[in-house]
Design a binder for this molecule. Structure first.
Ligand SMILES: [Zn+2]
Length: 139
């Protein structure tokens, strides 16, 4: 836990939240800036800053909770699907540096998140370029 972390404060009860699920490892609560009704934030109770630093059992707990909630959410008539989203580092839109996952209920054509597939297919060279970058880093 870090002193300034808003999510740690929610876990400690210093800041109120609309809790939807809680166990000893994980807390899920409604996002106060929802992208859709039921937009939920799932956090480990232990403070981790970024995705790649979270231990595997905690990752499992978080994603098991998302599955558990998602199954119920899909029984709600207005929810036809959902996105599971991690913003990791500010470049990717992470605002609070306590690892968290967004569960965002969706309806057909709601236009909330559009991830259009680019019209142009990558060239062989473009794909190979990244494979090379990655293999240099890895070795
Ligand atoms: Zn925290």
């Amino acid at each position: 836990m870090t002193q300034e972390c808003i999510f740690c404060k929610i876990i400690n009860g210093e800041i109120p939240a609309k809790k939807i699920f809680e166990n000893d490892k994980v807390l899920a609560f409604l996002d106060i800036f929802p992208m859709s009704q039921g937009h939920t934030v799932i956090i480990p109770k232990k403070h981790f800053n970024h995705f790649e630093n979270v231990d595997s059992s905690t990752i499992a707990e978080v994603f098991n909770t998302i599955q558990y909630l998602g199954r119920f959410y899909l029984k709600i008539p207005s929810i036809e699907g959902f996105n599971v989203l991690v913003n990791n580092y500010s470049a990717a839109g992470q605002v609070i540096e306590h690892f968290h996952v967004h569960l965002i209920p969706r309806k057909t054509n709601d236009g909330i998140i559009s991830h259009k597939i680019p019209k142009e297919q990558a060239s062989e060279e473009e794909l190979n370029e990244f494979l090379e970058i990655f293999s240099k880093i890895k070795n």
